[in-house]
Write a protein that binds this ligand. Structure first.
Ligand SMILES: *Cc1c(COP(=O)(O)O)cnc(C)c1O
Length: 381
C-alpha cells in the first residue's frame, strides 16, 4: 500500500517566485534561449545524419569550444563518446589505468568509480582514500600508482577540491584523471595539473545527459595509444582509442543524441561569449555567496560543508534544523509552487536541501529562492 502524507497547502505569492524554478544539480536548468535556438533549426537538424557536414561541424565546434573554455594547452585533445560519465569510468578502467590506481572517495560519484575498478579482473587492487561526507581527502604520492582519480566537484555532498598533481609525481609516471562532471566550465583549474578532465553535458554545460567528454593531455594520449597496442581486450564501445579516432573526425563511434549535441554547443558558445571560464567561475562564486551567506545568517539553516574552502561554488548543500522544518516537506511544497529539484541527495540521509548554482541559473533567482524558503518555513511553523 502506498501512503502519502498530506502536503500543506502553501502558495508562494507570485511576486516572490523566481523567474525560473529549476535548481537541480543534474540534469540542471537548460537556458530557454538554447531550446529556442534548437526549435528554430529543428527541421534541418533533428532527424538528420550524424555523418554529414552539418552535424560534424557542430561536433567540431563543441571540441573547439571545450578547448577554449577550459583553456587547454597545445597538445591536449577533446575526445567524446556516448554513455555519460558513468560509462567513461568503464572506458577509463579499460583504456587509461595500466595496472593500479589511487582514488579519492568522498561521496556517491567518486566512490562508484573506485568500486568499479575494485571489480576489474585485469587490474590490481586500487588504493582508495576516503574522508567523511562533507570533506575531501588528499592524494598521496605512492609507488606503483599509474593513475590518480580525483573529483573536481562531488555533486552528492557539495564539496569541491583544488586540482594539483601529487607532489613529485609527473605525468610520465602517473596520470591525473579528474571527474569534473559538475565542475567543468564553472570552477577554475590549471589544465597542466591534469591529464584527463572528463565530464558530461547535463550540469554546468546545460545540455542533456548521454555524452561523455574528456580533455586529454599528451601523456594521456600516449597512454591511450600504449594500452591499445598492448593487446588488452576491450569492448569496442568502451575503447578509448576508437573514440579518439572518431573524435578526430568530429564524430562519435555510434549515433549521438543530436539535441544534446546542439544544446551543449549553444552553452559552450554562450559561456565563451560571456568571458569564458573566468566569467563563469565569478558568476558561480557570486551565486554561492548569496546562498551560503543566506544560510549563515539564517537561524535554521547551516552550510553542510564546514570548511568554507571546500564548499562547492556550484552545488550548495544546506542543512536545516529539524526542529524548524522537515526538509522533505519543504522541497515538496516548493515543488508544488514550481520550484523543483531542491531535494537532498537521498543516500546522505540528512535534513537538507541541495541547490544547483550552475552558470545557467540567474544569481537573482537564487536570492529569490532563499526568500521563498524563508517564506515556506515560516508558513509551515
Ligand atoms: C552527475 C555526475 C556523474 C554521473 O554522470 P552520468 O552522466 O549520469 O553518468 C558522475 N560524477 C559526477 C561528479 C557527477 O556530478
Amino acid at each position: 500500500m502506498v501512503t502519502t502524507t498530506e502536503l500543506p497547502d502553501i502558495r508562494i505569492p507570485a511576486d516572490l517566485l523566481p523567474a525560473d524554478g529549476r535548481f537541480g544539480s543534474g540534469p540542471s536548468k537548460v537556458r530557454p534561449e538554447a531550446v529556442e535556438a534548437l526549435a528554430a533549426v529543428s527541421r534541418s537538424w533533428l532527424g538528420t545524419s550524424h555523418r554529414q557536414a552539418p552535424v560534424k561541424a557542430v561536433v567540431a565546434s563543441v571540441r573547439r569550444g571545450v578547448h577554449e573554455l577550459l583553456r587547454l594547452p597545445d597538445g591536449y585533445e577533446v575526445v567524446l563518446g556516448n554513455g555519460g560519465t558513468t560509462v567513461f569510468w568503464d572506458v577509463a578502467t579499460f583504456g587509461l589505468i595500466e595496472a593500479r590506481s589511487q582514488h579519492l572517495a568522498f561521496g556517491e560519484f567518486s566512490s562508484k568509480f573506485a568500486a568499479g575498478v575494485v571489480g576489474a579482473p585485469h587490474l590490481e587492487a586500487p588504493t582508495v582514500i576516503e574522508s567523511p561526507p562533507g570533506t575531501h581527502p588528499q592524494a598521496r604520492p605512492e609507488a606503483g600508482i599509474d593513475l590518480y582519480a580525483l573529483t573536481h566537484n562531488e555533486t552528492s555532498t557539495g564539496v569541491a577540491m583544488p586540482l594539483t598533481r601529487p607532489a613529485g609525481v609527473g605525468p610520465d609516471e602517473a596520470l591525473v584523471a579528474v571527474d569534473a562532471t559538475s565542475g567543468a566550465g564553472a570552477i577554475e583549474f590549471d589544465a597542466t595539473e591534469v591529464d584527463v578532465y572528463y565530464f558530461a553535458p547535463q550540469k554546468v554545460l546545460a545540455g542533456d545527459g548521454g555524452l561523455w567528454l574528456a580533455a586529454c593531455s599528451p601523456a594521456a594520449l600516449e597512454r591511450i595509444g600504449r594500452l591499445r597496442a598492448s593487446g588488452r581486450w576491450c569492448p569496442p564501445s568502451l575503447d578509448l582509442g576508437i573514440a579518439l579516432d572518431n573524435s578526430r573526425l568530429d564524430q562519435t563511434y555510434n549515433t549521438p543524441a543530436l539535441a544534446t549535441m546542439f544544446l551543449l554547443d549553444e552553452q559552450l558558445r554562450w559561456l565563451n561569449g560571456q568571458g569564458g571560464l573566468e566569467w563563469s567561475a565569478q558568476r558561480c562564486h557570486r551565486s554561492a555567496g548569496i546562498v551560503y551567506g543566506w544560510a549563515e545568517a539564517s537561524s535554521y539553516a547551516t552550510p553542510f560543508v564546514a570548511d568554507p574552502a571546500q564548499r562547492s561554488p556550484v552545488v550548495a548543500t544546506i542543512d536545516l534544523d529539524a526542529g524548524a522544518v522537515d526538509a522533505a516537506t519543504l522541497s515538496r511544497v516548493l515543488r508544488a509552487n514550481g520550484i523543483v529539484d531542491t531535494e537532498a541527495y537521498r543516500k546522505l540521509g540528512r535534513n537538507q536541501v541541495r541547490i544547483g548554482m550552475f552558470p545557467a541559473v540567474e544569481p537573482d533567482d537564487l536570492a529569490t529562492l532563499c526568500a521563498c524558503i524563508d517564506h515556506v518555513v515560516e508558513a509551515l511553523a
